[in-house]
Design a protein around this ligand. Sequence first.
Ligand code: NCD
Ligand code: ZN
Length: 350
Amino acid sequence: MTTTRLTIIRPDDWHVHLRDEAMLQMALPWTARTFGRAIVMPNLDPPVTTAAQAAAYRDRIRRVLPDGSRFEPLMTCFLTDETGPEDIARGFAERVLTAVKMYPARSTTNSAAGVTDFRRVYRVLERMQAVGMPLLIHGEVADQETDVFDREKAFIDRVLVRLRADFPALRIVLEHITTAEAVDYVQDAAGPIGATITAHHLMINRNAMFAGGIRPHMYCLPVAKRESHRLALRKAAISGDPRFFLGTDSAPHLIQDKESACGCAGIFTAPLALELYAQVFEEERALDRLAAFASLNGARFYGLPPNTEAVTLVQSPWQPPELLPVGEADQVRVFCPEGKARWRLLEPAD
Ligand code: NCD
Ligand code: ZN
């Protein structure tokens, strides 16, 4: 019998870009409609680098939340060569900060202030390890000599192995993994490491960027890889292995910033992310494991209880909005590779 209706504990998004100002106003209601909590990325311009800045950003997010929403933003700050161990440890103790985000310098959108050399942040990492604060890693080397499709594997081999040997008890999330090598590494690693997987990396391979012409809305970082990697990610996501959990990496950019001679990296999935994950799990005949991936594994990694509410998805094809307005004059494009979504999240009024 095919499942046409599925109720699971309300999921969380363990990696999302909510942005600020008009973009925040557009993006936040979509995330808050589905997810109970989300790990909010700090790569604003300029980035959120201190606990005080994270607290101020959290206030701005709360002010934009729809009335009655119980959505909880979990804040991060951006690790730089200058980050102070005291500031982030205090932010963690005071529950302003949930984690620290590490971008290798210039690896992705607004990451110029990222870490230039790991040895410069060793004091911060020592402190994080001591207090149990998670480090969230954009796992790509940023050097121009390394092929763009090899940057995740190169990061694991050249940086992550060494980092984990030096900090075996540091809680690490390898964010938005895109390769079979990352799946294998996380699966086989001893110690506290997990990985998030996006909906889009479960749905598209790198061909999607070149289907009939250059497709800027299929471009994100880490860039989608070849089909064998997509299949490995699917296997990991549906495995039930508690190390793998949902992180959309929903990352809106204005249309004109995507459709440009130098288009930004980022795919905006927030309006239908859970629906897309449900489709993937259905295709893999693994709907019974969606709750583990979406609602349980991440909370467990972060030492948080699962959400107490439930959400219901029904199999009922619908047409998500293709474009959404941002402010008075701008728009973003919503990722939906098949034009329609097969699953729909029931709204409280349904
Ligand atoms: C993200 C963004 O736009 O902020 N882009 C992306 O392609 N994922 C940055 C990031 O998470 O790398
Ligand atoms: Zn991201």
